[in-house]
Design a protein around this ligand. Structure first.
Ligand code: PEP
Ligand code: MG
Length: 763
């Protein structure tokens, strides 16, 4: 073993020291090293324990007792464990170790500081340290002799019957197993609680803090309803504050243990945390999350105005109540192995199939879980078969997210490492709501897709009528029936690129191979399915908007230009205007549908940045025989310039405009919508975005032109409330979000009417 000191202070510890200081010691050291206010601590290292075993000759004695032990013989096991523990407790601690502990303790505080003494497992590969019996903790320890005996008790805990049994079963050699002991200032919290550094369900940058009076045990165990504070990392404001009626608190009981006492007087309903403390805690949470790279579950305490961070760990087990939301009833020991963004709701379990190349999709079987870097349109046939989809990359608006939602297939995107961490054939459970991947098959998980049929209850189709139209987004025709069953007031966005990309040939391929008619027919037939599902209701079909990289894998894709930044490249209306033949074929499909009497078909142009583009597109359509003054033509507002110049577009004759917030957000604040590394900076409610939206809505209202939204932000009820308050005419949401959006819209409209009536009465 490396020559290491008997004692290490937290500040001296590095991650690599885990062998010497154990998991707990290393993690506290790491937290201290990134500037989190961790209570003072030192670690009695594994080397000190080893020196103890060797100098006392215990190593030999212990191993004669344990070497030929039949661990299945319970009586023999208990007897051996008791004997070894007694030996460890009786043996004399080497003077060097004793002195080291004494000196460190003095250095910590001259006044006999009260400390907690905890064992810290050093076997990195022990999958469950508590099972290994290495979780012994002694609280309220005061004075040298109590401290020395607690350290020795921690050492003895290594030889509990359960621990010996576990190591034997796991094939660990007891001769080499070590233990470290953490000695840490005991924080007698006056207030304490837990914090999720990001929203545990949506992954949004919302820090959720729960706090109550007294020691943290009250909040962690759930024996008190704590205050709840939600801190929005984007606006750096407290977004929500719920002050609870706190009936009890847990406090120290003399020098030993704790007790629960009733809270009386004004403290019961007083706010536990000041705004400043909430902001500071959220900042520490952010530091931890940034450092560890995944959202953290943090325990904190405050004494005399000083904040202490007591523990920070990724959300890895669902044993506690806070992590169990959304998946009640599953096995307590279910282990979360990956996290990403919950992109399509539902839960499913199945066998992992990792697809590194689209050519491999043949390996995907019905009910498997497709795991890939990012899905491509040519993977859609495989996506149809699987029980769930998991990707390394992407955000809520990436290809995998959009298509999974429509297929009703649970999906988690942006896990960063799924293709590395998961193994082919491994059984996992995917929770597409919370964005979590569990090892194994959870009891609650149905083996098949669990996507809800359209909502029931108060917001069931037809039961709520709103003045603001609530429409639905569709990308694949096979989702049309489910979309219509929501009772939506029309289709606010039909993305035809998914339909075309599903053909696995680029429009260019159809053109160069003289197969234009096939292309027009496919397009016509696909759109018709959606129109038929929405008789008499508006269906806004968007012209092609596929970035060049999405075309590349298809037949004809070899001719696609290589672009450094396809998001800013040759896509949307810009490409159609420069590729008249590609545009003409789409218009030909629309023309046929109009001719067949589908007057509800409207055409929407994507990525429009200047009114001249709208005018040029309209003129081209007129040139191909479309009665452009009598069909519904509109634009997406997804580039800031189109929001800024909205009045010029209105003057140019647009019949409607719809916010494509997925793009509008990325182009306004320069955050790539598909890049999971900056996903937490993607801010749908960034003031600049809201300002653009607000301005465009008001201008459309002035011109009496329908202003809508079809970006993902329209599927967020809070955003829907804001949009209704600001006068939007319609909202187009995902199939799974229609019910909640309709409800949010209805409530907001009623509130506005009520407030207006009350104001009138008050005048
Ligand atoms: C948008 O940008 O918000 C939008 C709806 O279009 P897409 O997601 O297809 O770019
Ligand atoms: Mg867009």
């Amino acid at each position: 073993m490396k020559d290491m000191p008997n004692i290490l202070w937290l500040e001296e510890i590095r991650k690599e020291d885990i062998i010497s200081v154990g998991g707990k010691g290393a993690s506290l050291g790491e937290m201290a090293s990134i500037g989190l206010p961790v209570p003072r601590a030192f670690v009695v290292t594994a080397q000190a324990f080893r020196m103890f075993l060797v100098e006392t000759g215990l190593d030999q004695k212990i191993f004669t007792l344990s070497d030929h032990l039949d661990v299945e013989n319970n009586e023999a096991l208990e007897k051996a464990a008791d004997s070894i523990k007694a030996l460890v407790l009786k043996a004399k601690m080497p003077a060097a170790v004793k002195d080291g502990i004494r000196t460190a303790y003095k250095k910590m505080s001259d006044n006999n500081m009260i400390v907690a003494v905890r064992s810290s497992a050093t076997a990195e590969d022990l999958p469950d340290a508590s099972f290994a019996g290495q979780q012994e903790t002694y609280l309220n320890i005061k004075g040298e002799s109590a401290l020395l005996s607690s350290v020795q008790k921690c050492w003895a805990s290594l030889y509990g019957a359960r621990a010996i049994y576990y190591r034997a079963k796991q094939g660990f050699d007891d001769r080499t197993v070590n233990i470290a002991v953490v000695v840490q200032q005991l924080v007698r919290s006056e207030k304490s609680g837990v914090m999720f550094t990001s929203h545990p369900i949506t992954g949004e940058p919302l820090t959720i803090i729960e706090g109550s009076w007294g020691l943290g045990e009250a909040v962690v165990s759930g024996s008190v309803s704590p205050d709840k504070y939600v801190f929005d990392q984007r606006s750096e404001q407290i977004a929500e504050r719920m002050v609870a009626d706190k009936k009890i608190e847990i406090v120290s009981d003399g020098d030993n243990g704790t007790k629960s006492v009733a809270i009386t007087g004004t403290r019961r309903n007083a706010q536990v945390l000041s705004d400043d403390e909430v902001a500071k805690l959220a900042m520490y949470g952010k530091i931890a999350e940034n450092h560890y790279g995944v959202p953290q579950d943090v325990e904190w305490g405050i004494v005399a105005g000083t904040i202490y961070i007591l523990q920070s760990r990724p959300i890895t087990t669902i044993g506690n109540k806070k992590e169990a939301k959304g998946m009640s009833g599953q096995k307590k020991e279910a282990k979360i192995i990956l996290q990403g963004q919950g992109a399509a709701p539902g839960t499913a379990a199945g066998k992992v199939v990792i697809i590194r190349d689209v050519k491999d999709t043949g390996a995907v079987k019905e009910g498997d879980i497709l795991v890939t870097r990012m899905t491509n349109p040519d993977m859609v046939p495989a996506m149809r078969k699987v029980a769930a989809i998991v990707t390394d990359e992407g955000g809520m608006t990436c290809h995998a997210a959009i298509v999974s939602r429509e297929l009703g297939t649970p999906a988690v995107v942006g896990t960063k490492t799924a293709t590395q961490v998961l193994k082919n054939g491994q059984i996992i459970t995917v929770d597409g709501e919370m964005g979590l991947i569990y090892d194994g098959e959870l009891e609650v998980a149905a083996p098949t897709k669990t996507m809800a049929t359209p909502a029931a209850g108060a917001s069931a189709p037809g039961s709520v009528i709103t003045a603001t139209s609530v429409k639905v987004n569709v990308s694949i025709p096979e989702a049309a029936a489910r979309a219509a069953a929501t009772g939506a007031d029309g289709v606010g966005l039909l993305r035809i690129e998914h339909l075309i990309l599903g053909l696995n040939k680029t429009p260019g391929w159809f053109i160069t191979n003289n197969r234009e008619e096939d292309f027009v027919k496919e397009l016509h037939d696909g759109i018709k399915i959606v129109l038929d599902a929405f008789p008499g209701k508006p269906v806004w079909v968007r012209t092609l908007d596929a970035p060049t990289d999405e075309f590349r894998n298809m037949m004809g894709g070899e001719n696609e230009p290589h672009e450094h930044n396809p998001m800013l490249g040759w896509r949307g209306i810009r490409r159609d205007l420069q590729s008249p033949e590609q545009f003409r074929l789409q218009v030909e499909a629309f023309k046929r549908l109009w001719k067949e009497g589908y007057e509800n078909l409207g055409v929407m142009f994507p990525m429009v940045s200047h009114p001249d583009q709208f005018t040029a597109a309209k003129e081209m359509m007129g040139g191909w025989g479309v009665d452009v003054e009598n069909v519904t033509l509109g634009i997406m507002i997804e580039i800031p310039s189109s929001a800024i110049m909205i009045e010029d577009f209105l003057k140019a004759g647009i019949r409607f405009a719809s916010f494509g917030t997925n793009d509008l957000i990325q182009y306004t604040i320069a955050i790539d919508r598909n890049n999971e590394n900056v996903a937490d900076m993607y801010q749908p409610k960034h003031p600049a975005v809201l300002s653009l939206i607000h301005g465009a809505i008001q201008m459309c209202r002035a011109y009496n032109v329908e202003c809508s939204i079809c970006g993902q932000a329209g599927s967020d009820p809070k955003m829907a409330v804001w949009l209704v308050e600001h006068g939007i005419a319609s909202i187009s949401a995902n199939i799974d979000a229609i019910a909640k959006i309709r409800e949010a819209v209805a409530r907001t409209e009623k509130r506005i009417i009520l407030e207006a009536a009350r104001n009138r009465d008050a005048e």
